[in-house]
Design a protein around this ligand. Structure first.
Ligand code: ZN
Ligand code: MN
Length: 483
C-alpha cells in the first residue's frame, strides 16, 4: 500500500505595474496593440553607454502592493543584474532584486469555493517576498523565423513569491484570484489576464502526510491564465503521484517543465537552474533604494480598502456574499453601484436596480458592463425614481430602453410621456371618479373591510395607465373617506 501523500504548491507571480512609463526609461508603458518596436528607446534596448533610472511611480506602486500583502518594506534594498542569454532580453541581463528585495514577508487570506460557488473553506498563504524587475520583450515564432518585439522590454514588474503553503490546485487558483483582486484594488496593476499582465510560475511537489521536509519540486513555467494554472497543476500533480508509485519516492532533483496549452500536458524543459547560473551581482548603475519609517507610513495612509474589507462593507449593507463578490470583482459595476447607493442611500434598491435589473437587461441584449449606461446616467435614473417622477416599475422599463438605445432616463421619460402623475388635483379627480364607479368597494370599506380600498387604487392606476403616484393615490383616497 502506498503512503498517503500531500501536495505542496508555491507560486511566483509576475504582475505588470500600471505606470505611465517603463521601469528604467521614459518609454510609454502601454504598448498593447501598438506596432512592434515603437515604444522603445536606447535604454530599454540596452544600448551601450545608456543609464537606467528607476521609475518613482513604479517603486511607490510596488510599496503599496507590499503593504497590501501585509509585507515589510525593507529600509535598504537594491537592484541586481540577473544574467541569462535569450533574444528577448536586449541587455543580456535582467535588472531584478536578489538578496535585498523591496519587501519581505506578508500573508493573504482567501476563500476557496466549490464549482457552484459555495465557500468550502478559508485559507491563508504566506508571502516570502516582493521584488521589482523589468520585463523582457516578446518573441513570435513563424515557421523557421523568429520575430522580436521589444515594446514590452523594460515594463515594470512585481514578482511576488509565496511560501509553499498551498495544498491543492484549487487553493492555488483561489489564492491567485484573491491576489489579483488586491493588486487591482490598490491600483498597483491592471492585472488583465488577457493582455498577459499577470503570469504564474507554479512549483509543485509531494510528500508523505505528516512529513516536515520539502521534496524536490517541479516548476511549471509561464502560466498565463487561471485555467492554465489549474489544469497544469492538476496534470503535474497526477503525474508526480504516478512517478512516486513507480519510483517509490519523490523526484530526485528539481526540474523545470513547460505547460503545453493545446496538448494539455507538461513537457520537461530542463533541470532547474540555480542562482549560481544567473551570476547575480549588484546593479552598478543604480544606487540602493532607502526608505524611512515615515516614507512607508505616508504610503500606508494612502492604502484603499482591500477586497475582503470591501466585501464585508457590502455585506454589512445587507447584500449577500455572492453579490458582494460580484461587486469587488467588477470595478465598473462597483462604480455604478457605489454611485447609485450614494444617491439612494438604500442598498436593497441599489442592488435591485444595478445587480438585478441592469445585469439582466445587459444579458438579454448580449452586452457587456462596458456597454452599460454610465455612472451618471444610472444616478439620474435612480434620482427620477427617488423623486417620484417615475414609479419604480416604470423605472424598470426606462432602464431597459436605456440599455437598448443608449438614451438617458430623461430623454426616454420625455419621449414616452412616462412622468408619474403626482399633481394633487389631477389625482383627486381620478380618485373621485374611482369612488363613483366603485360604490360596493366603498360600502365594504365602511363595514370594516380595509382591503376593499385596493380595488379603488387599482382602478386609478389602470385609468392613469400606471402613471399615478400610488402613495399619493392612497393618501388622497384616505382623505376623501375621512370627509
Ligand atoms: Zn525605453
Ligand atoms: Mn522574475
Amino acid at each position: 500500500m502506498s503512503a498517503e501523500l500531500e501536495t505542496i504548491i508555491g507560486l511566483e507571480v509576475h504582475a505588470q505595474m500600471n505606470t505611465k512609463t517603463k521601469m528604467f526609461c521614459s518609454c510609454d508603458n502601454d504598448a498593447f496593440g501598438k506596432a512592434p518596436n515603437t515604444t522603445v528607446c536606447p535604454v530599454c534596448m540596452g544600448h551601450p553607454g545608456t543609464l537606467p533610472a528607476p521609475n518613482g511611480e513604479a517603486v511607490k506602486k510596488a510599496v503599496i502592493a507590499a503593504l497590501a500583502l501585509k509585507g515589510t518594506v525593507n529600509a535598504q534594498n537594491h537592484f541586481d543584474r540577473k544574467h541569462y542569454f535569450y533574444p528577448d532580453l536586449p541587455c543580456g541581463f535582467q535588472i531584478s532584486q536578489y538578496d535585498f528585495p523591496l519587501a519581505s514577508g506578508g500573508t493573504v487570506s482567501f476563500v476557496v469555493r466549490d464549482d457552484s460557488g459555495q465557500v468550502v473553506n478559508e485559507e491563508r498563504c504566506g508571502i516570502t517576498r516582493l521584488h521589482m524587475e523589468n520585463d523582457a520583450g516578446k518573441l513570435t515564432h513563424r515557421g523557421s523565423k523568429t520575430l522580436c518585439d521589444y515594446n514590452r522590454a523594460g515594463t515594470p514588474l512585481m514578482e511576488i513569491v509565496t511560501e509553499p503553503d498551498l495544498r491543492s490546485p484549487e487553493e492555488a487558483v483561489a489564492f491567485a484570484q484573491e491576489l489579483r483582486r488586491i493588486l487591482i484594488a490598490v491600483g498597483a496593476s491592471d492585472a488583465d489576464m488577457f493582455k498577459g499582465m499577470m503570469r504564474f510560475d507554479a512549483s509543485i511537489s509531494l510528500r508523505e502526510k505528516g512529513a516536515k521536509d520539502l521534496n524536490p519540486r517541479s516548476e511549471i513555467k509561464n502560466l498565463n491564465s487561471f485555467k492554465a494554472l489549474e489544469k497544469a497543476l492538476k496534470y503535474e500533480e497526477k503525474r508526480l503521484r504516478k512517478e512516486w508509485e513507480k519510483n517509490g519516492g519523490p523526484l530526485p532533483r528539481d526540474i523545470t517543465v513547460g505547460w503545453m496549452d493545446e496538448e494539455e500536458k507538461t513537457k520537461m524543459l530542463r533541470e532547474k537552474e540555480t542562482a549560481d547560473d544567473y551570476r547575480y551581482f549588484p546593479e552598478p548603475d543604480i544606487p540602493p533604494l532607502t526608505f524611512t519609517k515615515e516614507d512607508i507610513e505616508n504610503i500606508r495612509k494612502e492604502l484603499p480598502a482591500l477586497p475582503q474589507e470591501r466585501k464585508k462593507q457590502y455585506m454589512d449593507l445587507g447584500l449577500d456574499e455572492a453579490l458582494a463578490v460580484q461587486l469587488i470583482d467588477q470595478p465598473e459595476l462597483r462604480r455604478i453601484f457605489d454611485a447609485v447607493y450614494k444617491k439612494t442611500n438604500d442598498a436593497k434598491r441599489s442592488s435591485g436596480l444595478v445587480l438585478t435589473q441592469l445585469l439582466g437587461f445587459l444579458k438579454a441584449e448580449e452586452k457587456e458592463i462596458s456597454d452599460a449606461p454610465g455612472v451618471e446616467a444610472m444616478v439620474e435614473l435612480a434620482g427620477k425614481i427617488g423623486s417620484g417622477t417615475i414609479s419604480a416599475n416604470a423605472g424598470k422599463d426606462v432602464l431597459e430602453k436605456m440599455v437598448q438605445t443608449g438614451k438617458t432616463a430623461s430623454q426616454i421619460i420625455e419621449e414616452e410621456g412616462m412622468q408619474q402623475i403626482s399633481d394633487d388635483s389631477a389625482i383627486e379627480t381620478l380618485v373621485l371618479k374611482a369612488m363613483d364607479s366603485n360604490p360596493q368597494a366603498i360600502e365594504s370599506f365602511k363595514k370594516g373591510k380595509e382591503a376593499a380600498l385596493g380595488a379603488i387604487v387599482g382602478w386609478v392606476m389602470k385609468e392613469s395607465k400606471g402613471q399615478a403616484n400610488p402613495a399619493k393615490v392612497n393618501e388622497i383616497l384616505r382623505k376623501q373617506l375621512e370627509n
